[in-house]
Design a protein around this ligand. Structure first.
Ligand code: HEC
Length: 107
């Protein structure tokens, strides 16, 4: 039971944190958008699913394509897709992508 309490506490913190930090994108909304990425990408562990884990993406020196994880470079992957990853150019709105980037930065 103790473990359960710790887990729900962590979940609460994760949910509550992003709300205060709002710029262009809203990380809380981005987390919802990320639901469709989560089948292939872990956000909380280093586990490789279909694609590489995105935990700490913006803190990495390089992505697997050798580029720096800047907003523009990450957005380019989201828009164009990569390997078996689908292109999200027409699937997500600009707003949803802004939220998504804001969320990815919190990882
Ligand atoms: C069907 C599975 C799948 C889905 C869904 C998917 N991806 Fe991917 N993604 C991949 C694969 C596979 C790669 C690695 C491609 C390669 O390197 O050839 C990748 C690579 C990436 C990378 C580069 C990571 C790095 O370190 O180089 C980013 C960023 C990324 N995906 C973000 C997203 C986001 C954001 C979403 C949701 C909008 C998403 N992906 C949805 C499969 C997926």
């Amino acid at each position: 039971m103790k473990r359960f309490r710790i887990l729900s506490c962590a979940a609460f913190l994760l949910g509550a944190l992003p709300v205060s930090a709002q710029k262009a994108g809203d990380p809380a909304k981005g987390k919802e958008v990320f639901d469709q990425c989560a089948v292939c990408h872990s956000a909380t562990t280093d586990e490789k699913k279909v694609g590489p884990s995105l935990k700490g993406l913006f803190k990495k020196a390089k992505m697997t394509n050798g580029q720096k994880p800047t907003e523009a470079n990450v957005l380019a992957i989201i828009n164009k897709g990569k390997g078996t990853m689908p292109a999200y150019e027409d699937i997500l709105t600009k707003e949803e992508k802004d939220h998504l980037l804001a969320y990815l930065k919190t990882l």
